[in-house]
Design a protein around this ligand. Sequence first.
Ligand code: AP5
Ligand code: MG
Length: 214
Amino acid sequence: MNVVLLGPPGAGKGTQAVRMCEVFGLKHLSSGDILRAERKAHSELGRQAQDYMDRGVLVPDDLILAMMMEHISRCEGGTGFLLDGFPRTVVQARGLDERLGERGWKLDAVVDITVADEEVTKRLTGRWTCPKDGRIYHELFSAPAKAGVCDDCGEALTRRKDDEPDVVGQRLRTYHAETEPVKTYYEDRGVLRTVDGGGTADEVAALTKEVCRT
Ligand code: AP5
Ligand code: MG
């Protein structure tokens, strides 16, 4: 099964992706996480993406498509993949469809996690992430047992630079202008499923599982 998780910044795509990949045995491919790893490795791609990410705008489509197709093609022979944060423009969605079609692959479900702007802003400004294993926390909604430390590996938690309030505002504007039209693209193709992302992480996981199975 191949799945896409859509939704605004802070909707809980990363949180739900980990759960869905466990349940369905999928490979988790987060465009944001891959870009952050490229930056950490000081690669040419990481260098090119840096300024866009820090400003809360999108990295150019051609760079993203090439990067994601490289990771997707490694899923050959597996049980499927889950795309988190990609595609984010109609150009990326069309490019993905074309390239999957060339391999005889397709998307089985595109899950749009809907959450209001005010709620995602609260979620992003309280987010902490483990830089070692990527586990996502929230200081109020899913706090680690010991403040500032990852429950799993003991690493010190960090804040994402693009979670500063002014950058969050820009990321939301970018989402409404460039990513919302992707929903219509998938709706027209009959694969869009909508999930209310306003409940607890467990409630959203139950809804997401259900729509992936239908
Ligand atoms: P990316 O890393 O993809 O960021 P994003 O889409 O803005 O989404 P986030 O990762 O911030 O949020 P999330 O939905 O994963 O929420 P999370 O689960 O962490 O992209 C970053 C940048 O990279 C972009 O701005 C762009 O520059 C570039 N980029 C990436 N992909 C690109 C592409 N395809 N094209 C071009 N450029 C691209 O949850 C958030 C917080 O809420 C956490 O603290 C969590 O604990 C908490 N939480 C989660 N669920 C719940 C819940 N149900 N209740 C309460 N709290 C919750
Ligand atoms: Mg994420």
